[in-house]
Write a protein that binds this ligand. Structure first.
Ligand SMILES: [Zn+2]
Length: 59
């Protein structure tokens, strides 16, 4: 296996999908990532924020 280069669907930057990560994804039977690690972090933080705001609205 070799490192692969993927274009992030969010910021359009090219990022390296490392062999280690590919093995992890294969092991978990996940599809290749669409977003770079930075955007994945942002998306995760956003989803946490929306979950929190829902909770806060409810209480
Ligand atoms: Zn990105």
């Amino acid at each position: 296996m070799m490192d692969k280069k993927i274009i992030c669907k969010n910021c359009k930057n090219e990022f390296v999908w490392s062999v280690q990560e590919q093995e992890l994804y294969n092991h978990r039977e996940l599809p290749p990532p669409d977003y770079c690690p930075i955007c994945r972090g942002i998306i995760e933080a956003r989803s946490k924020d929306s979950a929190r705001s829902k909770y806060e609205r409810r209480t």
